[in-house]
Design a protein around this ligand. Sequence first.
Ligand code: FPP
Ligand code: MG
Length: 333
Amino acid sequence: MDINNVKKELGTDWSGYQATLVSALCNSNEFVSKINNYLIENAGKQLRPVLSLLSATVCGEPNNTSHCCAAVSEMIHTATLLHDDVADDGNLRRGVPTVKAVFGQAASILAGDYWLAQALDLLTQCGEDVLSCFTNAVKELSVGELIQMEKAELLDTCKEDYYSIISKKTASLFIAAMKSGAISVGANPERLKAVEKYAYELGVAFQIRDDIFDYTPSMDTGKIAGADIKERKITLPLLCAMEKSSPEEARQVREKIALIENSLVKGGKVSDAERAIIDEVNLFVEKYDGIGQSQNILGEHGKMAVKALSPLPPSWAKERLVALAEYVGTREK
Ligand code: FPP
Ligand code: MG
């Protein structure tokens, strides 16, 4: 599936979203505009606004509020990445240097604050129910990142922790994007529940695919593979491999990762010894087919996403949501 074709099919709703986004971000200051333009020129797939508008379309007739919901989804997502690249010391995103790498840490945090503030400003026009979708997501995103930090210190992540982290740091914004889109067209409770469940499953599948990328250096994903272990993040491919190995082997792997200095303390540099540990963990994941197992789990979440759509009436938008569930599980970027 080509997500750009879906944008074309969304037609005036997609252009309405784009116009809303550009006008919400407009600022007379040259430095702010320079960073905004850098971000807009290097935009990603814009999956969240696509989901927001498809959700509105599958439940009714999209309107100006739906365009705002789509814009807010993308603005909050961008704000989180601007902050995340400071937290993770990320220098490459979407195949280009991050705002942190080009303009510096402080500029990245402050630009994130600006995008978040302008999103809040748009939300003042959208009513309380839409607002609460996004306040809940921002809370979940922050808590998810904090739990992830805590676990990077303790290195005791289990599968339950992993799902809690990815539900909060990724699925929560998918839910807000789709639920708000549905609310904007007055969807009934049954349809709201259906899009919420779909968004949750899709968000989980999306993050698992992202975590697989980190163990796949051969793929040109626009990110640097191996970064998760450098950041002491224990994700699904490693957890699956640990489950298949002996408890002793799993314990040894955790001990090895503990030798990696927390990147927040160290400023993200990888020493030769740490590179060797990352390579060893990669081999361990390969030996116990951590990627294959994760891909199977991801596939199950994709199926649950599609199943969740059953209360919704047939429409072209519903067909695209079904196709997106497949796309998210097999995407290469
Ligand atoms: C990317 O994950 C990061 C997120 C999905 C969420 C980041 C959230 C925050 C920084 C907290 C909330 C911030 C605001 C502005 C509300 P990743 O690091 O696993 O993936 P990556 O490889 O894309 O960096
Ligand atoms: Mg990151």
